[in-house]
Every structure is written in structure tokens, then in C-alpha cells.
Design a protein around this ligand. Structure first.
Ligand code: MSP
Length: 535
């Protein structure tokens, strides 16, 4: 049977294997996971890729320091990533490691294609290199940064301020300079190639200021993919890493030609703002050089900063400042679902986010414990209590009766879908909360406990409880990309477990889908209130 579902391919950056997963990498991965879950619920045929960047001088050095081969070193570190992504309910469909045979084959294919296309040449490189950033810097960049930082007598990395290495070696170069006009044309014709829009200005002015050819092979160490036609050289780690996105859908693999034709180009590469030049300049130029299609969008997220409670300002997280927060600490406090909800809905995805334990407690208690959790618990309790452990039995046509919750729910889904589609998770969450808050108010206004005392008002009671349960059912669907387990549990408590994996979110969110007279489970509190003192 032909598969007509629209493909949706989304990727995280591949993380350096030798840094333990942290809040920043988890943030980016959850950002993609929420989008992948949302698109699956919209019926799209999703491929969600994440993985590890395992080559380069930094890994080779760390392995030597630990008395291991680079491969042993990578293999010992990879499980930590699998573990944390499992814990955080990351639903990736594939996990790429750049040491896998598929990547080695693809990178060597890239070299051959580059050579055939005439976009690489051999020369010698003489300049600065930061092993920690795995990045080359020009003389001008370094002297400007040294001057800005008051560094005298030595040269430090403009990015991380570590000592730079002087690299003088034979190298293959990629003719990046040949792509300036084509890149500018790309940005003009596809203004949403870089998202959010304000990031595009940064990329454009970088390209307008002139592009230099870049060194893409190294000879002074060997932990990299060999250049197929020049075995003294290994591939520069970024030239290798960027290709992972294409490798995973079959680039250069004749057996995967159909998959490649269907999946490439990717709809979204989600990356942090620090690596947009690689993704918005070098990567499209590489693809242009070999005549492959370009990704549709690069979405750049901001950095998570820790809010200094005294100044209210965000500060860079670091061990030396003593303000680094480990993912596990947040999981212990908020639970996995609270963790996902907090980072996804309280930090605007394109901007830097100021995070703090007190803010986490506040958001968790207000939105999850007091609003969403409380609504579910009160409504299911009342349904079970007044209707013999069930949802009310309602006559045909109940769903057409006007009521305030139906009005809100009807206007909500389109707004939610529009916001989710462009990573505006804050607006999407606000839309769902409108319904949740309205439902909590509706409980107060309609006072079901008073109505229940009067047998003459039995119809009214049925309608009130049904409206509440229906608002909950719809909210559960809309919250599902953020909190998949909670939503599945809420639906299960209303005998609607089958709905949890919907691939037609819009239909699922039509008012009127509640199962009438179905068993209701009250269950434990979904989000027990947090003690504010802990914050
Ligand atoms: N290996 C490269 C990516 C290659 S992709 C072809 C790399 N890896 S990384 O492990 O250093 O970083 C991965 C991502 O983590 C980057 O997108 C970076 O922006 C993100 N973050 C690192 N610290 C962060 C925060 N404090 N907050 C949010 N994200 C941050 O770069």
C-alpha cells in the first residue's frame, strides 16, 4: 500500500561523546522530541534522529589520557546518552554514531563527490585551532579576541578562552568562498531557512563580510575518517559530523536510494545558537557543492542560563561558578514529565532562558499541581462518585449543547497547531491552559456538589461532569507531546487508552469524543504539590 503520509525528518545536533549529557543537550533533544510527537499525532511520517559526534582530536586526547583506544573510550561513554534519553522519554527513531560503518562510507562518498565536482584542493594550512571547540580561527579573529580580553603574550580561543594550538600542516580545503552569492540567494529566497528570523541577520552579515575556504582534513592525528584518495589525511570533525544528517537517511548507500529520495532533505535541523554558522553556512554550501537538496529549516535555540536570584540576570552555567544543574537533580524534583513541561513551556525556544529552582517550583505548582492535576483529580473523583465509578451516560447529541468549555475548546486547536508547528511551545501551552483554567472555574461556577443534592437536577449534573471530562480529554491530547505518560494515564483513567496514540490530533480534539458510561479510575495525584521551601 502506498504510504501517503507527509514525511517529517527532524534532527538534533550530534553531541560530543566526551561531555556527559547536560541540561543544554537535554533541552535541545526534548525540543525535538516534542515536535516529533506532535507531528506523529498530526499523522506525519516522522523520522527523528539524534546521535553522537565521536571523532576528532579532543576525543583522541581524552582517550589517551584514560589509557583507552578512542573507540573503547567512545563505547564507554555512549551508554550515558542512551540512558538519559530513555529516562527523558525521547522517542528518537534512530541513533547515529559517527564511528558507525554507514557514516564512514557516507563521508568517503562525500569526498569522492567533492573531488569530482572540483570543490576541494590541497594546500597547506597555517593558523589557529582550538581543540576544545574543534574550530579553526583566523589571525584577525584571534588578535581581536585577545585584545578584547586583555590577553598578552599568548593566544586564547575566542569562544572558550582555552590556549590555542598553532596548526601548520598540509590540508585539503573546501572552496567555501565560491558559495557566497548562492548562500545569499538562498537566504533571500527562503527567509525561513534560518529560524527564528532574528538569527538570519547574524548569518547573512557573516556571509556578506566574505567567506574564506576552509581546511577540511588533518594530518597531525589519526582519529577521523580517512580521506579515500589520500591516506595521510583524516576528515576534519565538522566535515564528518554535518554529514550525519544525510547518512542516516541513506546518503551514498545504493541500498537506501528509495529512503533517501523520500526522506531527504530534512525539514528541521534543531541546533543551539553557537553552531549556526556550521549549519547555515558550511552545511548548505557542502550540499550545494555536490548538488544535493538543502534542509528546509535550521531552527536555532538559545542557551539555558541560570537565573541569579539576587540580580534577576541569567548567568552561564558552569561548574566553576557552582551554578551548574544536573538533569538528574531536576528529574528528582519535578519528575520526568514536570521536567519536560518546565523547560519546554517556560523558556522561549529561540531565546536564552533563565532557569532557577524557585521558578521550577512555581511553574510546577501553578500549572501542573494546582491547575492540570487538580482538574483531573477533582473531575474524575466527582464522575466516579456521582455516576457509580463511571463517566455519565448521555443521550445522543449531548455534544452539541452549548456550554462555555465547548466554546473555548472549539477555538483552541487551530491556534495550538499553528504555534506548535513553528516551535512556539509557550503559546501552545497557554492555549491549553486556557481550557484547563476555564474548566477549573467552571467547577466553581457550576458547583456540581450542590447540583448533586437535588435529584430533579440529575440531567444538569450529567452535563456538567461530561463537559469537564471532555475538556480534560482534549487537554490530555494537547499536552501529550510535552507530557506523554501523563496524558496516556489520564486517557486510560477515562477508559480511552486507545486514543493515546492518535495520528489524527485534530479529529481527536473535536468536542464530543468522550466515552459515555465508561469506567473511571480515580488514581493517585498526577503532580503532588512541591514544598516551596525546597525551591
Ligand atoms: N558535536 C557538535 C555538534 C555537531 S552537529 C553536526 C557539538 N556538540 S556539543 O555536544 O558541544 O553541543 C551540542 C549542543 O548543545 C549545541 O547545539 C549547543 O548549543 C547545546 N548546548 C550546550 N550548552 C547549552 C546550554 N547551556 N543551553 C542550551 N543548549 C546548549 O557542538
Amino acid at each position: 500500500m502506498a504510504d501517503n503520509k507527509k514525511p517529517f525528518y527532524i534532527t538534533t545536533p550530534i553531541y560530543y561523546v566526551n561531555a556527559a549529557p547536560h541540561l543544554g543537550t537535554a533541552y535541545c533533544t526534548i525540543l525535538c522530541d516534542v515536535q516529533a510527537r506532535f507531528r506523529r499525532a498530526m499523522g506525519q511520517d516522522v523520522k527523528f534522529l539524534t546521535g553522537l559526534d565521536e571523532h576528532g582530536e579532543k576525543v583522541q586526547r581524552a582517550a589517551e589520557d584514560h589509557g583507552k583506544t578512542p573507540q573503547e573510550w567512545c563505547d564507554s561513554l555512549a551508554p550515558a546518552f542512551h540512558d538519559i534519553w530513555n529516562t527523558l522519554e525521547i522517542s528518537n527513531d534512530d541513533f547515529i554514531r559517527t564511528t558507525q560503518p554507514r557514516q564512514i562510507r557516507a563521508v568517503q562518498h562525500l569526498w569522492d563527490r567533492m573531488k569530482d565536482a572540483g570543490y576541494i584542493y590541497k594546500d597547506s594550512y597555517d593558523g589557529w585551532y582550538c581543540v576544545h571547540e574543534e574550530t579553526y580561527y583566523t589571525e584577525t579573529q584571534v588578535s581581536k579576541s585577545d585584545e578584547d580580553h586583555g590577553v598578552v603574550g599568548r593566544h586564547l580561543c575566542p569562544e572558550c578562552q582555552r590556549e590555542l594550538q598553532r596548526v601548520k600542516e598540509e590540508s585539503w580545503f573546501f572552496k567555501l568562498s565560491a558559495f557566497q552569492d548562492r548562500l545569499l540567494k538562498l537566504y533571500d529566497e527562503h527567509p525561513d531557512f534560518v529560524m527564528p528570523a532574528f538569527r538570519m541577520n547574524e548569518v547573512r552579515s557573516f556571509v556578506e563580510s566574505g567567506l574564506r575556504d576552509i581546511s577540511v582534513s588533518r594530518t597531525s592525528f589519526d582519529w577521523g575518517i580517512p580521506v579515500p584518495f589520500d591516506d595521510k589525511h583524516v576528515t576534519y570533525v565538522w566535515f564528518d559530523a554535518l554529514l550525519n544528517y544525510a547518512t542516516a537517511v541513506g546518503f551514498g548507500d545504493p541500498d537506501m536510494a528509495d529512503e533517501y529520495a523520500r526522506r531527504w532533505p530534512a525539514q528541521y535541523h534543531v541546533v543551539g545558537k553557537d553552531i549556526i554558522r556550521f549549519h547555515c553556512v558550511i552545511w548548505p554550501a557542502m550540499l550545494m557543492a555536490i548538488g544535493e537538496a538543502l534542509p528546509e529549516h535550521v531552527f536555532a535555540h538559545g542557551f539555558l542560563m541560570v537565573r541569579n536570584e539576587e540580580t534577576g540576570q541569567g548567568e552561564k552555567m558552569s561548574k566553576s561558578r557552582g551554578n551548574a544543574i544536573a538533569p538528574q537533580d531536576v528529574i528528582d524534583m519535578l519528575g520526568v514529565e514536570g521536567y519536560r513541561y518546565y523547560f519546554m513551556t517556560d523558556c522561549v525556544p529561540g531565546e536564552d532562558g533563565a532557569i532557577s529552582y524557585s521558578r521550577m517550583t512555581q511553574v510546577y505548582n501553578a500549572d501542573l499541581a494546582n491547575s492540570w492535576g487538580n482538574l483531573v483529580s477533582r473531575s474524575l473523583n466527582m464522575s466516579a462518585k456521582y455516576f457509580d465509578g463511571k463517566t455519565p451516560e448521555l443521550p445522543e447529541g449531548w455534544a452539541d449543547r452549548a456550554n462555555p468549555l465547548k466554546d473555548i475548546a472549539d477555538g483552541l486547536v487551530d491556534r495550538y497547531v499553528a504555534a506548535m508547528s513553528v516551535f512556539d511551545y509557550v503559546s501552545a501551552k497557554n492555549a491549553v491552559l486556557e481550557l484547563v483554567h476555564a474548566a477549573n472555574h467552571y467547577i466553581e461556577d457550576s458547583a456540581p456538589w450542590a447540583v448533586a443534592k437535588d435529584p430533579a437536577r440529575a440531567d444538569e449534573l450529567e452535563q456538567i461532569i461530561t463537559n469537564l471530562l471532555e475538556a480534560i480529554r482534549i487537554s490530555a491530547h494537547l499536552f501529550a507531546p510535552f507530557m506523554p505518560q501523563t496524558s496516556a494515564e489520564v486517557l486510560r483513567r477515562m477508559s480511552l487508552a486507545d486514543e493515546a496514540d492518535t495520528t489524527d490530533l485534530i479529529a481527536a480534539c473535536q468536542w464530543g469524543g468522550l466515552a459515555s458510561g465508561a469506567a473511571v479510575t480515580k488514581g493517585d495525584a498526577l503532580f503532588p504539590r512541591l514544598d516551596v521551601k525546597k525551591g
